[in-house]
Design a binder for this molecule. Structure first.
Ligand code: GLA
Length: 554
């Protein structure tokens, strides 16, 4: 069955020559095609920081929540009303419990007590939305270290109170928590250690309350969080900031009202947010809240910004004041086809696939419909230029024509052979949906020696039994890897993948159903060895791990 089967002992799970089965395009689906497992999408919502700085209070949060509904943003998929810095001024009671200003956070319904954050959460939930809250990993948060508006407030961080604070957030009913790094950086703490502790406090709070808290890490890319943040502390999904803030808050009628957002700032955050090997199965790079609709950007730049966040599969957290959106901004933020690119069930990030002339870039994000890519033709030069997307650069069969759509206009542009070319104005971009045919993929079956029984198709990866595929090759340097696996339990399990001794990444394997049928997830990895010399090694951080049947690469 496998002519290259390894003669290594059964549990040494190393394959000298991986079995390679070539599927022609299409037959992959004709074979008992394992089902695509949808992974948690990046979060969508609104955050108070960019437009309200530390002036956030109950009234502002409620007004924005109502506007999220009246603008059609909730319908488009936006959910979170995130209360950023300024909600808490650092006071605790004698037991260490957070105390907030009762005037800023009053009772909103009969029977409620002023100064209870559960009030605003209930009001947000009653609107069918979700609520987010903010703290710092250090003892003295950003309010102390560098307040934006207003005086400096000490002790606005959670250090020394992780278990207490995250339990409190969950008890108040919050659904999302963003943890900043001003205090952590000031104290020269190690973010990988602190955020792991925080993650464990979140997991603990969830198990006590039964209430899920989505984990948003905000340390601006310090110490490369993409290398340690996926699944940190056992969380099933999370996001991590990859850079600093695009803009300092622009608060109307304040001393900061004159600030403007800058397009180069948007592009810089986009560039710093690209780490495709870490973004998969529900773990996302976060290039910051969007500044779409804020002062400083034209409508065309807002569309480029939204296109960049969509192909990045970035969290879509809006920073603009939702009560003041122009029609054009609203249309940009709620375009269903563009949002669908961002939220696609594969959960992958775009990769730059061509730049034949400096500044004329072609980006491609693989989507869950086989053969479909979101493609961005991006002109970063100062003059209009024509940019071509070649099917072969997108990993599509060059011999088949592909259908091209404009997602912004919802318009079919026709069927094209080999490539699609467009003239792109300077500083602008053309977003496309290209649907062609997948190129052939090579399938590497789990070695027979690694299987747990003659009828098993895969090998259970466990703490003591890693699984290694050797002699793996890929056409693209950033390889798209399809992993077929089973997980018949009802909880997501995890494995770590290390490629050629690079930094490992944690991958989530959601349940595939109790009927033992396989599912597939996708990741992207840097295969830095040319030819068939790459080694992919899966191990489980804790038991049980997934049962891996095969990997397939183009
Ligand atoms: C940092 C974060 C911002 C915001 C502010 C609050 O700058 O990156 O997103 O939370 O702190 O002070």
């Amino acid at each position: 069955m496998n002519p290259h089967e390894s003669k290594t002992p059964a549990l040494a799970l190393t394959l000298a020559f991986a079995a390679v089965v070539l599927f022609s395009s299409g037959t992959l689906h004709a074979q008992s095609a394992p089902k695509q497992i949808a992974v948690p999408p990046p979060p969508m919502g609104w955050s108070s920081w960019n437009s309200f700085s530390n002036t956030i209070d109950s009234e502002i949060a409620l007004r924005q929540a109502k506007a999220m509904i009246s603008t059609g943003m909730q319908k488009a998929g936006y959910r979170y009303i995130h209360i950023d810095e300024g909600w808490w001024l650092g006071e605790r009671d004698k037991d260490g419990n957070i105390v907030v200003d009762p005037k800023a956070w009053p009772a909103l319904a009969p029977g409620e007590r002023a100064g209870d954050m559960a009030n605003i959460v209930r009001a947000i939930h009653a609107l069918g939305l979700k609520a987010g809250i903010y703290t710092d990993a250090g003892a003295n948060g950003c309010s102390t270290v560098g307040p934006d508006l207003g005086p400096s407030y000490p002790n606005t961080g959670s250090e020394g109170h992780y278990e207490q604070d995250f339990l409190q957030f969950a008890r108040w009913g919050f659904d999302y928590v963003k943890i900043d790094w001003c205090g952590g950086a000031k104290e020269k703490l190690d973010p990988a250690i602190q955020y792991a502790e925080i993650a464990r406090a979140i997991v603990r709070a969830e198990s006590i309350t039964g209430h899920r808290l989505y984990f948003s890490i905000c340390n601006w890319g310090e110490n490369s969080p993409w290398t340690w943040a996926p699944n940190i502390g056992g969380v099933p999904a999370d996001i991590w900031r990859t850079s600093g803030d695009i803009v300092a808050p622009i608060v109307a009628n304040s001393k900061n009202g004159g600030r403007t957002a800058s397009f180069p700032g948007v592009l810089s955050n986009f560039d710093q947010g690209i780490h495709p090997e870490a973004q998969h199965t529900g773990f996302y790079n976060d290039p910051d809240m969007m500044v779409v609709g804020m002062k400083g950007l034209s409508d065309a730049q807002n569309r480029v910004h939204m296109s960049l966040w969509a192909i990045s599969g970035a969290p879509l957290m809006v920073g603009a004041d939702l009560t003041k959106l122009s029609d054009a901004t609203r249309a940009t933020l709620t375009n269903p086809a563009v949002i669908a690119i961002d939220q696609d069930a594969l959960g992958l990030q775009a990769v730059k696939v061509a730049e034949t002339t400096k500044g004329l870039e072609v980006w491609s994000k693989p989507l869950s419909t086989p053969g479909e890519r979101a493609v961005l033709l991006f002109n970063r030069t100062g003059a209009a230029a024509s940019i071509a997307a070649n099917w072969s650069d997108l990993g599509l069969l060059d011999s088949s024509s592909a259908a091209v759509k404009d997602p912004w206009l919802g318009k079919d542009l026709g069927d094209f052979d080999h490539s699609y070319t467009s003239t792109v104005p300077p500083g602008n971009a053309v977003l496309l949906l290209v649907r062609g045919r997948e190129r052939n993929r090579a399938r590497y079956a789990t070695p027979l020696t690694a299987r747990q029984g003659p009828d098993m198709h895969g090998a259970s990866v466990s703490k003591d039994h890693p699984l290694t595929f050797t002699h793996v090759s890929s056409r693209a340097r950033i390889a798209r890897i399809e992993i077929a696996y089973t997980n018949s339990g009802d909880a997501t399990v995890f494995a770590e993948l290390r490629v050629n001794g690079q930094t490992a990444t944690r991958i989530a394997f959601p349940p595939t159903g109790s009927d033992n049928s396989a599912g597939v997830i996708w990741i992207q990895s840097l295969l830095d060895r040319s030819g068939p010399d790459n080694v992919l090694s899966f191990s489980a951080p804790c038991d049980p791990g997934p049962n891996i049947e095969s990997i397939s690469l183009e």
